[in-house]
Design a protein around this ligand. Structure first.
Ligand SMILES: *[C@@H]1O[C@H](CO)[C@@H](O)[C@H](O)[C@H]1NC(C)=O
Ligand SMILES: *[C@@H]1O[C@H](CO)[C@@H](O)[C@H](O)[C@H]1NC(C)=O
Ligand SMILES: *[C@@H]1O[C@H](CO)[C@@H](O)[C@H](O)[C@H]1NC(C)=O
Ligand SMILES: *[C@@H]1O[C@H](CO)[C@@H](O)[C@H](O)[C@H]1NC(C)=O
Ligand SMILES: *[C@@H]1O[C@H](CO)[C@@H](O)[C@H](O)[C@H]1NC(C)=O
Ligand SMILES: *[C@@H]1O[C@H](CO)[C@@H](O)[C@H](O)[C@H]1NC(C)=O
Length: 198
């Protein structure tokens, strides 16, 4: 598969929000939905439901071009999403979620739980995966050297994050404020790629 053509999930969903608001939303036109993912009666996308150890994907269906030529630089892009992690029980949660860029609009064979629906035991860390993800991880998995149970990480072809950081935001005064991903009210995340600085 060509590196030029990749697919983007989830965070592009704001592109189609007007269709959702009209209640006329059609999965077929924009999205590939699999696993237990779906859309609920209020029009929200759900990646999983309360069934344990399940996973789901929502992929933008059509390939997105990230380069002009094989050896060209990857385009810069910003993307944003609003999400919430909601549990059936106040003290029991799933593992998290991820924004993913993948060569296909599905990841068959990916496992739930600590694999975040991205990889499995056999392919974790394999460069042939061609998968880049930004994980929001709320369980500390020592097998993947997680730094804590509330972090963001950049994953390239595997779950041992290249870089990770505790979840925090900057105030206008430049002060760090810790935030727990486990909260029922929504958070907004920006994922930005700078093609020049890589
Ligand atoms: C979650 O989704 C799956 C697949 O659609 C379904 O079989 C299961 O009953 C759902 N679980 C809950 C708790 O709704
Ligand atoms: C890609 O090609 C388009 C059209 O020729 C051009 O406008 C754009 O600047 C190019 N982008 C990059 C990153 O080379
Ligand atoms: C891209 O780079 C590779 C490795 O440097 C080179 O072999 C190939 O000819 C280049 N392709 C183009 C279209 O420039
Ligand atoms: C692991 O995932 C890959 C890619 O999604 C898939 O091709 C492969 O069959 C999976 N392996 C197992 C053992 O499930
Ligand atoms: C990585 O994946 C490729 C393609 O599936 C496979 O041929 C190769 O054996 C894998 N490498 C390792 C170290 O598992
Ligand atoms: C914020 O979290 C970091 C670790 O993630 C911790 O070291 C620090 O003490 C926390 N700060 C506050 C004010 O809770």
């Amino acid at each position: 598969m060509s590196w030029l053509i990749m697919l983007v999930l989830l965070f592009l969903l704001n592109l189609v929000s007007s269709d959702i608001n009209q209640g006329q939303f059609s999965f077929d036109s924009y999205l590939n939905v699999d696993g237990v993912a779906g859309i609920d009666s209020s029009g929200l996308f759900k990646l999983t439901n309360f069934t344990r150890q399940t996973e789901g994907h929502i992929f933008y269906k059509n390939p997105i071009q990230f380069k002009n030529s094989t050896n060209g630089s990857v385009f810069s892009f910003p993307t944003t999403s609003i999400f919430a992690i909601v549990s059936e029980y106040p003290t029991l949660f799933g593992h998290g979620l991820a924004f993913v860029v993948s060569p296909n609009n599905g990841i068959p064979g990916a496992l739930p739980s600590q694999y975040l629906g991205l990889f499995n035991q056999s392919n974790n860390g394999n460069n042939s995966n061609h998968i880049v993800a930004v994980e929001l991880d709320i369980i500390m998995s020592s097998e993947f050297n997680d730094i804590n149970d509330n972090h963001v990480g950049i994953d390239i072809n595997g779950l041992n994050s290249m870089v990770s950081a505790p979840i925090r935001y900057f105030t206008d005064e430049g002060k760090f404020i810790n935030v727990s991903l486990i909260r029922e009210d929504p958070l907004q995340i920006w994922v930005e790629y700078n093609g020049m600085k890589k």
